[in-house]
Design a binder for this molecule. Structure first.
Ligand SMILES: C[S@@+](CC[C@H](N)C(=O)[O-])C[C@H]1O[C@@H](n2cnc3c(N)ncnc32)[C@H](O)[C@@H]1O
Ligand SMILES: C[S@@+](CC[C@H](N)C(=O)[O-])C[C@H]1O[C@@H](n2cnc3c(N)ncnc32)[C@H](O)[C@@H]1O
Ligand code: SF4
Length: 378
């Protein structure tokens, strides 16, 4: 087994209010968030994970949530300084912070950049005010535009806009107009998600009327063509970027790289080559329990069973559009290649995969029927 690049995910669990479609680990917090105490807990949590790190450097950091843009510049500065003290950074480290346009007053992004952030991901969701209202968002389209302008002003070479489609009452034209407006804001990266109704959300208990399947299909096909025409390459199911601006954190995740996870409900995955195994970690989910000094941060830690490894590898790796080196399978899982050859032959016969002597690549059909492809590895 070889050691892949190491990333770090940091979870910030608070939002101004909970959106009715969202099943992320987020809690509405009226008033001040306990950011100073939380940063200390995060750094303490990280120290307890250092056992796994052993001389490695950090390749990317993703501060996600919840709404990390509720944190002050000082808190993000203290957090990043503390992380760097614990684990050195690689020279080109990517440091992303997620922001909600409703929390971004002027000058905020400059502050984050001073603290060390070099990529901001802004949750725009839609550019139509009636849709934003139906989604329970705390901002309007104008504030989303202002947030994107601020990202340019802060000198951020790379920022991402999150947009959703398949929204309640959305027509094909609505969705395409949203994309067109987003493209005009010139982000280097666009995450374009189809709205899904998740269990344990308000939309699940009171479902809104969503567009018919044929409209969803047209949105997908025509939206992808529009993004491609504007120079955005699709490199992952929902990830599009200008060439060279893929999200390094996501890429490492889908390439089956390693990541530590700190903060409420954060997940981690670490390779231990000397033990020929993978460890997964999960931290305590609720902020109250996580910040309770009498309890550990870790909720669960387990070794991935050998029988699950092949599926876990491909479930991540086959989401990416780039080809996969055949050697990566053995290097990252420790399993012999011949174990998956029969599944691959089957997938190639069905037109879901193609291959050369060195690499595998998912075909367009394989991306469309990804679940059928993955079933071959169960
Ligand atoms: C943690 S949020 C981003 C930052 C910030 N909390 C915000 O919403 O502005 C992650 C992103 O996941 C997407 N998302 C969340 N729930 C979703 C759902 N049910 N279906 C599709 N996309 C969803 C949204 O685009 C959202 O921006
Ligand atoms: C889906 S991406 C967001 C994409 C995005 N909008 C951007 O910046 O390009 C969010 C990243 O945070 C990671 N993440 C989210 N919740 C997590 C958790 N609880 N534990 C570990 N990683 C998490 C995901 O794995 C992913 O790499
Ligand atoms: S979508 Fe973003 S702002 Fe809305 S509840 Fe989820 S994490 Fe919070």
């Amino acid at each position: 087994m070889i050691l892949p690049p190491l990333s770090l995910y940091v979870h910030i669990p608070w939002c101004v209010q909970k959106c009715p479609y969202c099943d992320f680990n987020s809690h509405s917090q009226k008033g001040e968030i306990p950011e100073t105490a939380y940063v200390q807990h995060l750094l303490d949590d990280l120290r307890q994970d250092l056992y796994f790190v052993q001389g490695r450097k950090l390749h990317s950091i993703f501060i996600g949530g919840g709404t990390p843009s509720l944190m002050s510049e000082q808190a993000i500065h203290d957090l990043l300084a503390g992380i760097e003290q614990a684990i050195p950074f690689t020279e080109n480290i990517e440091i992303t912070l997620e922001a909600n346009p409703g929390t971004v007053e002027a000058g905020r992004f400059e502050g984050y950049v001073r603290a060390g952030v070099n990529r901001i991901s802004i949750g725009v969701q839609s550019m139509q005010n009636d849709k934003l209202k139906a989604l329970g968002r705390i901002h309007d389209a104008n504030e989303a535009i202002k947030a994107a302008e601020q990202a340019h002003l802060a000198g951020l070479n790379s920022f991402n806009l999150d947009l959703m489609h398949g929204l309640p009452g959305q027509s094909l034209d609505d969705a395409l107009n949203d994309l067109k407006t987003i493209i005009e804001l010139k982000p280097k990266h666009i995450s374009w998600y189809q709205l899904t109704i998740e269990p344990n959300t308000q939309f699940h208990s009171k479902p809104p009327t969503l567009p018919e399947d044929d409209i969803l299909w047209d949105i997908q096909e025509q939206g992808q063509a529009m993004l491609a025409k504007a120079g955005y390459e699709q490199y992952e199911i929902s990830g599009y970027s200008q060439p060279g601006y893929q999200c390094q954190h996501n890429l490492n995740y889908w390439r089956f790289g390693d990541y530590l996870g700190i903060g409420c409900g954060a997940h981690g995955k670490i390779t231990l080559p000397e033990k020929e195994c993978l460890i997964r970690t999960e931290k305590v989910k609720h902020p109250k329990g996580y910040m309770d000094l009498t309890k550990p941060y870790i909720y669960k830690r387990w070794q991935v069973e050998h029988s699950d490894l092949a599926f876990e590898f491909f479930m991540n790796r086959l989401r990416l559009f780039e080809a996969c080196d055949k050697t990566a399978f053995h290097e990252l899982t420790g399993l012999p290649l011949h174990q998956v050859e029969a599944a691959f032959e089957h997938a190639i016969k069905q037109g879901l995969l193609q291959h050369t002597a060195q690499q595998w690549q998912v075909t367009a059909k394989g991306h469309r029927y990804l679940n059928n492809l993955l079933e071959l590895f169960v």
